[in-house]
Structure formats: structure tokens, C-alpha cells
Ligand binder design. Sequence first.
Ligand code: FE2
Ligand code: FE2
Length: 150
Amino acid sequence: MNQQQIINRLNWFYSLELNQVDLYMTQSKRVGDIYFSKVFERAAYIEQQHVDNIAEKIKELGSKPTILGDVMAPILGKISGNIVSTAGILPMLKANILLEQKAISDYKDFILKAGKDPELFNLLWSNLIDEDLHVSWFSRKVQELEEKPH
Ligand SMILES: [Fe+2]
Ligand SMILES: [Fe+2]
């Protein structure tokens, strides 16, 4: 990847991470359960760190962090209405998992193509691992909720 391609890709992640900050903050406020609320709040905080580290990297490369519009809707497709719905926690968690998995696979792809900048390499890795931890928690809760007798 040349420098411009790296910047473009960073802007895509910048947009996704920003969307996720908003999403998790909204979910944190809407959900009644205190534990879920705190988990979403903490996840939003971590996504904000990703926003910040990506923005910093874009500036270092001589460019300006740029929001590319709604990057979540194309990932979520027709379930995008469920992400902050009051319909229940399950659809919310499943939408979150989809977004996190997309981020994970794109971080992996980026790592393979990003070239030799060790700082960028570390940044992508650490963000990737955070997303993986988010998916683990969300998935465990989905499993628990689905096992519960209704
Ligand atoms: Fe993130
Ligand atoms: Fe995440």
C-alpha cells in the first residue's frame, strides 16, 4: 500500500470507530441493566481511544482525519434498525458482533498489507485485540441469553 492508500484505509477505520463510540454510548444510555450499561460505556471509551490513535496516525502521515459518512449501515444491512432499539438486548448484541467482526477482519487485512511501519503495525494489532475482546464478551452474553428458558 502506498501512503495515500494507507490514509484512505485509516479514514475508513476512523469513521467506523467514531460510529461505534456513538453507538455504544447510546446503547449504554438506553439499556436498563446496570452491568450492560457499564460494559457499553467502557466499550465506547475504548473505541474512543481507537478514534484518537487513528486520528493521530493520520495527522502524522500529513493528512487530516476525515469522516466517510455512515460506514455502519452497509455492514449491518437490514438489521441496522435494531442497533439501538428497545426490542431487547439480543438484536443489539448481534449487531455489535457483526460490526466488531467486520472491524477485526479488516484490521487483519490491513495488517497484512500495511507495509513496514512498526508503529502502524502495533496500533492495528492493539485495536484488533480490543475488538476481539469485545466480540468475546458480546458473544458470551448472546449465548447465555439464548440458553435461558423463555
Ligand atoms: Fe475499535
Ligand atoms: Fe470494539
